[in-house]
Design a protein around this ligand. Sequence first.
Ligand code: NOJ
Length: 445
Amino acid sequence: MFCQFPENFIWGVATAAAQIEGVAFEDGRGASIWDVFSRLPGKIKNGGIPDICCDSYHNIERDVALLRELGVKAYRLSFSWSRILPDGIGKVNTAGIDYYRRLLTALKESGIQVNATIYHWDLPYALQVKGGFGNREIIRWYLNYASILFDNFRDLVDYWVTFNEPIATYVGHAKGFFAPGLTDEKYARQCIHHLLLCHGEAVKLYRSMQLPGQIGVVVDVWKHYPARPDNADDIASAMMNNEIEGFGMFLNPLFLGGYSKELTAYMERTGLTPKTEPGDMDTICQKLDFYGLNFYNGLYDNADEQHAAAEGGNFQDRPEQHLEAVYDVLHMLVDKYGIDIPIYITENGVAQDDGPDREALLKDEERIAYVSETLRHVRRAMDDGIDVRGYYLWSLMDNFEWSAGYAARFGLYYTDYNNLRMIPKKSASWYHDVIANNGFRISAN
Ligand code: NOJ
């Protein structure tokens, strides 16, 4: 059976600045919170630091050639705030602007659409020192940064994303295993409130500038289900993971205009309610042009089992795959959150553990199986009428996987970190054919 996608379906791949660019301290770039956090002992697996990554800063032609080889219609990338504004505010680094203009122009000349994220986890360290997202001034700092991007790249970006996976900011302030590495839930809740305001104000600014293109947001959904549907503890665990510490924290205010009743009650009970001002919720809940879903897995909670802490916008420690959950998640976006705008799958992919056997890593059958299984369930949701317009595979090439450093390989291309050569894995030619045929054959087993 052939799993066919509509003619104008957008096939793409995704990356992010802090994970591929490298050149952390040259050409005027300032430090980001990940540059600092990664240097704290024990924070990143095997002590990986993002100073070089894939050296994409020096390799625009190489990266664009890979994209052309795959035949993608769109590329999802992000801007590095501290490359544009080394101190977060104030002086603009013209070398940073030039770099992105060269990259975006090369993409345009190749006929590749651009989906660009304004903020993908890498706050300038200079702003963290001033309180970062916990300081309401962040709204002014973020708007200044966004307006520089809008001004400079208005002709080169097709889709703007205000924030990628805001959960990372929560995890970084409440759980400590992402930058900036704090463990203060009250502060984290305040940060999230300010982050959501940054989003809303940026959308208002974008509308007032009457820019071409579209603007949206990317929220990952790791939906939790009770492993034993009648077990009260499993139900409570899934509720906690969805509403209090998961996607509900963002989707409710973004699309329904306020924190959910579960989250509101929880924050009141625990004294964690953030400071708000009148009108905040109206600012946050802006009409968007599209919604980006990052989907990696569905999770079944058994309250009697312990799971390691590596959750929250990253990969999980649970081996079972519940990729069929994407079908339910897409329905939930429409039914529960009233999302009536086009949806893009802005990330989906699977990691391989690094190891010495390169040949084995290049034969990534498991990635092909994972992606085709997810796509099959996405297609089912589309058959029900859900308006999914595109799919971006994470990621173009193996890169700096945050706390997992270089130990988790997500790429269609294998990155040889000794010489920065990119070697296609089996999945690269498979994905090329998917794009060329607008679909793929579903294997019988
Ligand atoms: C979430 C993030 O957006 C991306 O930066 C990360 O590398 C992937 N998912 C995989 O964990």
